[in-house]
Design a protein around this ligand. Structure first.
Ligand code: ADP
Length: 500
């Protein structure tokens, strides 16, 4: 520990030097202020023991001059009995301690110097930490204010000055109500009071969006977080606020655009639906005529035409039948509304499977199919749509069978608020690269001569599932069978109105 003893009295100075050296200190002495200043400029000193009455400087001035060249070095003032007021002034201005000449023993001088060094370290650390906090607060994008327990402002950062147009000097000591529009001040004060009373001791943080007022009178929206902190036996409040005018504008604009888009989409969906409906109806008319006359032609030319011509008529009839199936599938697809009010529906899937199996009874028997069905739940989907969904998937499992007799397993399991269904078969399977495409309208992986069909079955399934907020997909490999999976919203306990 290096000490600089500044003392003009040679006896005192020598005395201090010897006694401190005895305690292991590295002691240097200066007899004038000038000497002391020069020494401080050129050397690292841990503590200064300073007599305020020197030949070239006297009183508190001596202390200030020492501070001006060695602000970070702790200083203990050495003063006469009648100079205590000056010593106290020195303490207020940063001196670590003072000693009265003649009253302080060797030990207490030594301890006082040690204590001065430690205290100085703590003060430096505290000042550094405060400075850092200040820098953080001043660079914050949020306006910051701290308040006492009556909501009177005790701190106000630069961003707060910018956001509310109120300077720190104008804000300090005033109520936080200065940032609220006049007509809302009472209401806000009540809200904050109520909030912190209700939540006393538990949640000490309140976040809200409210209107604020700039000093120039204009109102703008802010997001504000208020904390209640218990400190020094009392409550204080801190608030961070942010001007959200820009964000509000962007949100409003986005909202407006989403609404516009939704309206456009609804309109064009409705137009498409109408178009498909009308086109399908209108197409059926000439088709029925072609079908009717082809039937007549077949009957009236029975045994009169050669083999080729009879075959041509068969092709016409076959074509018209396929066309009719296609048109009906399109009509069905377009009739599935995108968003139905199904929240209160609960259709029991067990009874739906019963109906589907009855419908497919002939095919099931013909191909010796085996079906295993779990106990299934109720879902919030209209019954006829569920029949359509399960029937399309089960009839595909039967249709796309391999050499062995079809084995079909139907299971369900509950996820958070929906049901996951699976329909597994042991049929020919699907190349995974077509796993998405097969759900498109008219998508088929085989010619009509290998397997009959319109390519609309899975598109209809997809529309039923997605219109209820669900997903449908397939997991498969060629020759490995398929697992069709889909999710549907869980139903409330009541059975669907048109139940069997
Ligand atoms: P469709 O059966 O009328 O052709 P879908 O839309 O029901 O039309 O099916 C589309 C295509 O997906 C089918 O043509 C078929 O290639 C394939 N597919 C559907 N289900 C299965 C299945 N269980 N096993 C193998 N392939 C299937």
């Amino acid at each position: 520990m290096r000490v600089l003893v500044v003392e003009d009295n040679p006896t005192q100075s020598t005395f201090a030097r010897i006694s401190l050296q005895r305690r292991g200190l590295d002691v240097n002495c200066a007899a004038t202020l000038d000497e002391a200043l020069n020494y401080l400029k050129g050397n690292n000193i841990d503590v200064v023991l300073l007599d305020l009455s020197l030949p070239d400087s006297n009183g508190i001035e001596t202390f200030y001059k020492i501070r001006s060249v060695a602000a970070g070095v702790p200083t203990v003032v050495f003063t006469g009995l009648d100079d205590q007021d000056i010593a106290i002034e020195a303490l207020k201005n940063g001196a670590q301690d003072y000693l009265i000449k003649g009253l302080a023993g060797d030990d207490s001088v030594f301890r006082c110097l040690q204590y001065a060094i430690e205290r100085n370290k703590v003060e430096v650390a505290l000042r550094t930490s405060e400075r850092r906090l200040r820098i953080i607060l001043e660079h914050s994008y949020d306006a910051f204010a701290s308040m006492d327990n009556r909501f009177h402002i005790t701190d106000w950062n630069k961003q707060a000055e910018r956001t509310f147009g109120i300077t720190r000097a104008e804000a300090l000591g005033r109520s936080l109500a200065i940032i609220a529009p006049h007509h809302l001040r009472k209401q806000y004060a009540r809200d904050v009071d109520e909030y912190f009373q209700v939540n006393e001791g538990s949640v000490l943080r309140m976040t809200s969006e409210l209107m604020a007022e700039h000093k120039d009178g204009h109102e703008f929206p802010i997001e504000i977080v208020v904390f209640k902190i218990f400190e020094d036996d009392n409550y204080m409040f801190c608030a961070f606020a942010r001007d959200i005018t820009e964000r509000k504008h962007v949100n409003e604009e986005l909202e407006r655009r989403v609404q516009e888009r939704t309206a456009e989409l609804t309109q064009s969906n409705e137009e498409l639906r109408q178009f498909a409906k009308i086109a399908s109806h209108d197409l059926q008319e000439p088709l029925r005529a072609v079908q009717g006359f082809a039937n007549l032609l077949q009957e009236s030319t029975k045994d009169k035409l050669d083999k080729d011509c009879e075959e041509f008529i068969e092709y016409i009839l076959d074509g018209t039948q396929r066309m009719q199936q296609l048109i009906q599938s399109v009509l069905l697809h377009s009739s599935i509304a995108t968003k139905e009010e199904t929240e209160n529906i609960a259709s029991d899937c067990n009874s739906i499977i019963e109906e589907v199996l009855e419908n497919l009874d002939a095919t099931i028997k013909e191909c010796h199919a085996k079906l295993e069905v779990d106990n299934l739940p109720s879902v919030a989907v209209e019954r006829s749509q569920l029949v359509q969904l399960f029937q399309n998937l089960i009839s595909n499992a039967l249709k796309y069978r391999d050499k062995e007799a079809p084995q079909i397993f139907i299971t369900s399991e509950k996820t958070v608020n929906e049901w996951l269904f699976s329909i597994r078969d042991n049929g020919i399977g699907i190349d995974p690269k077509y796993a998405d495409r097969i759900f498109d309208m008219f998508a088929r992986l085989h010619g009509k001569t290998t397997y009959s069909g319109t390519g609309m079955g899975l598109a209809i399934c997809k529309k039923i599932v997605t219109s209820h907020g669900g997903r449908i997909w397939v997991e498969s490999e060629v020759g490995q069978g398929c697992i069709f999976l889909f999710t549907l919203p869980a139903g409330k306990t009541k059975e669907s109105g048109n139940g069997k």
